[in-house]
Design a protein. Structure first.
Ligand SMILES: Cc1cc2nc3c(=O)[nH]c(=O)nc-3n(C[C@H](O)[C@H](O)[C@H](O)COP(=O)(O)OP(=O)(O)OC[C@H]3O[C@@H](n4cnc5c(N)ncnc54)[C@H](O)[C@@H]3O)c2cc1C
Length: 268
C-alpha cells in the first residue's frame, strides 16, 4: 500500500489485522475492491424456515428475508446473525435462493458455544433473528492469476464454495489452473464432498479432500505446494491458526501480499 501523508503504514504480511493489539487510536484504510462498495450492508429481520444436520456437528440454517427484500451478496461474504438475547455471531453466506429469498448458512456446533448451544437446543422453525449483510471483502479477485490455490478447513469451505458456484466462465479462466484443499478431521465431517467433487469435474479444478484423523492423517499445511508460487493467488478460510500458517507458507513461496486473500473464523 502506498504511504499516505500523516498516516503510519503497517505491513500486515506477518500479522493479520484481527491479531494485532492496538494501543492508540488508529485509522485503517482497506484495500479497495469496488464491487464490495456496490452492495451496502443492510439490517434484515429474518425468520427461520429450515434447520437440518448435514454432518454430525454441522447444521444447515435457512432463514427467509421479508417480501421485496432480497439479499444481494458476492460469493465469500458473510452476515452477522443476532439472537433476541443480543448474542451476535458472523456466518459466511452459503447461498441465497432468489425465488424463495432463502439464505443458507452452514454452522459447526462448538462445545459450550453461545450460538451453537442455541442452535442445537432452543432454535426452531418460525423463530425471528436480526441479520446484517452482506459484510466482508473476502471475494473472488477477478484479475488474471498464473494459478489459484484455495485452502479451507471445516466450515471455512462455505465462503469458498459460494465463490466457486458464482464464478463466470471468464472468471474461471482468469484464475488459471486451480486447486482446492479442504481439510477436515474425518470424512463424515466433509459434508460437501460429493458437491465439490462434481464442481471440480465441471469447472476443471483439482479438488483434494484431506483428513487429519483418518487414513494417512494429513493437514492442509503439509499439502501446500513447496515450489515457488510467483504470480499465483491464494485464498484461505477457516480456523484462524490455519489461516496464519497458510499466510506464512504462501509468502515464503513468493506470493505477493495483494494476491493473498484470507477469511479467519476468529472466535468471539
Ligand atoms: C467472518 C467470519 C465468518 C464465519 N463463518 C462461519 C461459518 O460459515 N460457519 C461456522 O461454523 N462458523 C463461522 N464463523 C465462526 C462463528 O462466527 C463463531 O465463532 C462460531 O460459530 C462459535 O460461536 P459460538 O457462539 O457457538 O461459540 P462462542 O460462545 O463464541 O465460543 C465458545 C467457546 O468455543 C471456542 N470456540 C469457538 N469457535 C471455535 C472453533 N471453531 N474451534 C474451536 N473452539 C472454538 C471459543 O474460544 C470459546 O471458548 C465465522 C467467523 C467469522 C469471523
Amino acid at each position: 500500500m502506498e504511504p499516505v501523508a500523516g498516516f503510519t503504514t503497517l505491513d500486515l504480511r506477518s500479522a493479520p489485522l484481527c491479531r494485532l493489539t492496538v494501543r492508540s487510536a488508529v485509522t485503517v484504510k482497506l484495500a479497495d475492491d469496488p464491487r464490495v462498495e456496490t452492495i451496502p450492508a443492510r439490517m434484515f429481520p429474518v425468520k427461520i424456515v429450515g434447520l437440518s444436520r448435514v454432518a454430525p456437528e454441522i447444521v444447515s440454517l435457512e432463514v427467509v428475508t421479508p417480501r421485496n427484500q432480497l439479499l444481494s451478496f458476492l460469493g465469500g461474504q458473510y452476515a452477522t446473525l443476532r439472537l433476541k438475547n443480543g448474542t451476535a455471531r458472523h456466518y459466511s453466506i452459503a447461498a441465497v435462493e432468489p425465488e424463495s429469498r432463502v439464505v443458507t448458512f452452514h454452522i459447526r456446533l462448538v462445545n459450550a458455544g453461545a450460538f451453537s448451544d442455541w442452535l442445537a437446543g432452543a432454535a426452531k422453525v418460525g423463530d425471528l433473528l436480526q441479520m446484517e449483510a452482506p459484510l466482508g471483502r473476502f471475494v473472488f479477485d477477478t484479475r488474471h492469476a498464473e494459478r489459484t490455490l484455495m485452502v479451507a478447513t471445516g466450515t471455512g469451505i462455505v465462503p469458498i464454495y459460494a465463490m466457486l458456484v458464482a464464478l463466470t466462465p471468464v472468471e474461471r479462466r482468469q484464475a488459471g489452473p486451480m486447486t482446492l484443499l479442504w481439510g477436515n478431521r474425518v470424512s463424515s465431517d466433509a459434508y460437501l464432498h460429493e458437491t465439490l467433487a462434481a464442481l471440480g469435474a465441471s469447472m476443471d479444478f483439482d479438488y483434494r479432500p484431506i483428513f487429519s484423523q483418518e487414513g494417512t492423517r494429513r493437514r492442509v499445511t503439509s499439502e501446500f505446494p513447496t515450489v515457488p508460487l510467483e504470480g499465483a493467488r491464494v485464498y484461505a478460510a477457516g480456523h484462524p491458526q490455519m489461516v496464519v500458517d497458510i499466510r506464512r507458507l504462501a509468502l515464503t513461496q513468493g506470493i505477493r501480499p495483494s494476491d493473498l486473500r484470507v477469511d479467519a473464523f476468529t472466535f468471539s
